[in-house]
Ligand binder design. Structure first.
Ligand code: DON
Length: 575
């Protein structure tokens, strides 16, 4: 998705004008089930009390509806996660997994891991050919590509912080699946083509109908699955009829998830990864995501330098940040994996002295060198993960990134259950020293083991100043996720940008190997020439870097809610 600045500015201005009206005007009564109405995409809203930014206008509307019905940020997060499985099946899911970072108004911060796990029968070499070379396609498409899904376990685990009864939270998703929603050009129209693209799907969503733009997309099988979960809870997914259908699907397609794998799946509360940056407190996701650790490493590596005074987009600022990215991503490949399976030196990697030492060979105006541990290969990133940020009227905040991994995951729909399974097994390092499809260079700590969680890059993060939430942020984009979050935070804290600018200004990405700076359109010719003179190899990205959903508390205490214009459908809602 190429970015068009004038159009974006126009859109932002327009939404600002319209949304100021609804934010400070009389509170409009929400008619019940208003989320079923035809939708509008709006990238920015300023709200007085509460709001949400997500990749889907319908899901954001569901979030707003729940917030206005008396739900808190956790209620809204549960309803939005379920709605995304219906209205954004490219990435929203009940057949995948993700992470939630939560701040409760009483001051508690929590991090919930509902990442998928390798089935018990998974083996280190399961995607290698007889010569020991990775056969990535087996970990990307079809029944062997899926980890044991964690989303439903995550939802029920977080329910203890919700206020509304679960049936109320799942009802919008049921309605949207049952009654359907309009397939919009450029927004949901690829649903119409998904069945012809992927022949591994025995039964696309609900059957044989080829959905087209302008039709109402109904998912009866999925609606029935959601109704069973409404009536019988978590157990239904992991031990009941849905579990039976998943296992039946596995048998049909030669997959390896068993009833025992499903029964033994648990979401896990982790100690959030916390650190400070220039007087702000960061709360982010720990292992099995690399996201929080990378964010910590990168921010701390640049903290001793006056990056704000270099100016946004300057050769100096980009050079410094690229060097921090290079060093952090090297650590990702060398050390990171599921901390439940190996001893990962997180304390050392996030130690201030270590990080300072890492930058001791940084020379301003001179590109560093990435010494290869294996072969580096440029990856095309896709955006098929999704993030949403929510703040409620009481000051609770939730940052959730959830994924099937690539677009439509493994492409396998669970027959008669109507939902897609993930292809998260590709996030393991199939062979140390090779990249996965999300761009991650794999090390031995991330090799496949039964019951292990694959290393992620998802970086749901909440930023505080004086113990008050100031930013809720996250993004999809594979290994570009930590850099997108890193740069959004630096744009806000160091370059003093507004929320809208922090989203729309161009981003760049370096991940150690390949030794290339990927860069979005929008930096000056002078900056690019300066980087080349310093010795950087520059590659213009064809898509975009990140798709950040951001809530920032502005200087008047209002919520500036911005959904990334890199995604056509990303929408902010608030009141
Ligand atoms: O967990 C991860 O880091 C990946 N599964 C995220 C994938 C993503 O953002 C989309 N594609 N590259």
């Amino acid at each position: 998705m190429k970015r068009k600045y004038s159009k974006i500015k126009g859109l932002l201005l327009l939404s600002l004008l319209t949304c100021w009206g609804c934010a400070i005007g009389p509170k409009t009564e929400t008619s019940d089930r208003s989320y079923l109405n035809h939708y509008n995409v709006q990238h920015e809203v300023i709200a007085l009390h509460a709001g949400i930014a997500s990749a889907s206008p319908l899901a954001s509307k569901v979030g707003l509806y729940i917030l206005q019905q008396g739900g808190n940020a956790v209620d809204a997060a549960i309803a939005v996660q379920l709605a995304l499985a219906v209205v954004y099946p490219q990435a929203g899911n009940i057949g995948g997994g993700g992470f939630m970072v939560m701040h409760l108004a009483d001051g508690t911060n929590r991090a919930l891991d509902f990442r998928e796990k390798a089935p018990v029968s998974a083996r280190k070499d399961m995607y290698l050919d007889e010569k020991g070379n990775p056969v990535s396609v087996k970990s990307l498409a079809g029944h062997l590509a899926s980890g044991v899904p964690g989303t439903i376990a995550g939802i029920f685990e977080s329910l203890c912080y919700a206020k509304l009864p679960f049936p109320k939270l799942i009802q919008p998703a049921i309605d949207l699946a049952d009654k359907g929603y309009l397939i919009e050009p450029g927004i949901t129209d690829d649903i119409g083509t998904v069945d012809s693209k992927y022949n591994t799907m025995p039964n696309v969503f609900d059957g044989t109908h080829h959905w087209k733009t302008g039709e109402t997309f109904k998912q009866t099988d999925l609606a029935n699955t959601l109704k069973r979960i409404r009536d019988h809870g978590r157990k239904e997914f992991y031990e009941g009829e849905t579990a039976r259908l998943i296992v039946e699907e596995m048998k049909r397609g030669g997959g390896n998830i068993t009833l025992q794998d499903l029964k033994s799946y648990e979401a896990v509360w982790r100690e959030p990864l916390t650190f400070s940056y220039r007087g702000y407190q960061m709360v982010s996701m720990p292992l099995p995501s690399s996201g929080g650790i990378l964010l910590n490493e990168m921010l701390k590596m640049i903290e001793p330098y006056p990056v704000g005074s270099y100016g946004f987009g300057s050769t100096q600022a980009i050079g410094l940040m690229v060097e921090a990215e290079r060093r952090a991503y090297k650590d990702r490949a060398a050390y990171l994996g599921d901390g439940d399976f190996s001893d990962i030196p997180v304390k050392k990697l996030t130690n201030d002295v270590y990080l300072k030492t890492q930058m001791s060979d940084y020379i301003q105006g001179q590109a560093g060198v990435s010494k290869s541990l294996g072969t580096g290969k440029q990856q095309t990133e896709s955006m098929e993960t999704t993030h949403f940020s929510i703040v409620d009227k009481d000051g609770n905040a939730v940052s959730v990134t959830t994924t099937l991994n690539m677009q439509y995951g493994s492409q396998v729909v669970v027959g008669k259950a109507g939902f897609l399974l993930n292809n998260e097994m590709n996030d393991f390092s199939l062979k140390p020293g090779t990249h996965n499809a999300s761009g991650g260079m794999g090390g031995t700590h991330n090799s496949i083991e039964p019951g292990k969680r694959m290393l992620s890059s998802m970086t749901p993060t909440i930023v505080f100043k004086n113990n008050k939430v100031v930013v809720v942020v996250g993004s999809p984009g594979g290994t570009t996720i930590p850099t997108s979050v890193f740069q959004t935070i630096v744009d806000i804290i160091d370059f003093k940008m507004t929320a809208a600018d922090a989203i729309t200004k161009p981003k760049f990405h370096h991940e150690w190997l390949p030794d290339v700076v990927e860069i979005e359109d929008g930096f000056s010719a002078e900056t690019l020439a300066g980087l080349q003179k310093a010795g950087y190899s520059i590659s213009t990205v064809h898509g975009s870097i990140g798709r950040v959903e951001l809530i920032k508390v502005n200087e008047y205490g209002q919520l500036d809610i911005v959904a990334d214009t890199r995604g056509r459908s990303d929408t902010s809602e608030g009141y």
